[in-house]
Design a protein around this ligand. Structure first.
Ligand code: GLU
Length: 309
């Protein structure tokens, strides 16, 4: 078996030199300013060994990767009732699609497209002030990443708040079907802010460990969620984590994963490792272009695809 550190540093060297970098997200003006030349990768194994290289200590906007953690929190708060509000089928549509919501009477296809994540955020918000709900989400990230320095990038949140017209449309549309309980501007305020959490690849890889190890943080032995819940969250990541690029990601990488338009991807190798990669340039489906290629290299060289070697 090749040495993990060697594999990680060889992949980072290759990715840093590639000219094809994808396009940074432009619809959130603050993200359009990010340098697409950056690349970071961090892998933390079952025994806690971390292999990390490149820009693995540069914080980036985790965007939709936050949806994995809000789903986890919301399931903890309301349990499987959550699935009355949100489906768990792949959408086959872009992350911000409006059409599907009309056909399906305001029930989003899954918790990882924007509409679904907004509905999940609304569940977390119920019974709280927006500030408390956001604090809850941020503290959960800090706890999982074992790092209290993680913060929200206010400039990114404000940028999206000014320009997130589609998300406003999705939230209002769901509200008309009674799928959103709280005032739309409160729910969206919390949603935009949790998408604007900034983390490094190292921090994100640590935060994802419970998903790779049956719901437990192997460093403390403490249970974050039941094993069955971790398994189910991984299943939804596999089928829905990359929007209408989820099939391609499963085909090429073969791991549950969740991407964000900041260019990050969190991937889970069950029983083996939690992996975070960041390359800001995106492909046409809004997923990190080099991030996906790097993960494909990694799983191929290590034989980590869940579908076989
Ligand atoms: N905050 C972004 C949005 O709502 C998240 C999208 C993503 O990361 O895929 O559009």
């Amino acid at each position: 078996m090749p040495n993990l550190e060697t594999v990680v540093s060889e992949i980072v060297d290759e990715m840093r030199q590639r000219p094809d970098r994808g396009e940074v997200a432009r619809y959130i003006p603050e993200l359009a300013r990010v340098d697409p030349g950056q690349f970071g990768l961090a892998v933390i194994g079952a025994d806690g060994t971390m292999a990390a290289a490149g820009d693995c200590d540069v914080p980036f906007s985790i965007q939709s990767i936050s949806k994995v953690f809000t789903l986890t929190l919301a399931l903890g708060m309301v349990g499987d009732k959550l699935w009355r509000r949100v489906g768990r089928e792949p959408s086959g549509s872009p992350f911000n699609s409006v059409v599907q919501l009309e056909y399906e009477r305001g029930i989003p296809r899954n918790p990882f497209i924007n509409a679904g994540a907004i509905a999940v955020t609304d569940l977390i918000l119920s019974g709280h002030q927006p500030r408390e709900a956001l604090g809850e989400i941020l503290r959960f990230m800090q706890y999982l990443a074992q790092d209290a320095s993680i913060t929200i990038d206010e400039a990114v949140a404000a940028s999206e708040q000014r320009t997130g017209f589609r998300n406003v449309a999705l939230a209002n549309y769901m509200k008309s079907f009674g799928v959103i309980d709280n005032p739309v501007e409160y729910t969206l305020g919390v949603y935009f802010h949790h998408c604007a959490i900034s983390m490094t690849c190292r921090q994100l890889a640590v935060a994802g460990r419970f998903l790779a190890h049956s719901g437990r943080d192997p460093s403390t032995g403490l249970s974050v969620v039941q094993a069955e819940r971790a398994k189910r969250i991984n299943a939804v990541m596999l089928t829905c984590g990359h929007y209408d690029g989820s099939g391609e990601f499963a085909y090429r990488v073969g791991l549950p994963g969740k991407s964000g338009v900041g260019g990050g991807i969190l991937a889970v190798a069950p029983g083996r490792a939690s992996i975070a990669v960041w390359a800001p340039g995106l492909d046409a489906a809004g997923n990190s272009h080099l991030g996906r290629i790097a993960l494909e290299r990694l799983t191929k060289r290590l034989g980590w695809s869940i579908f076989g070697e």
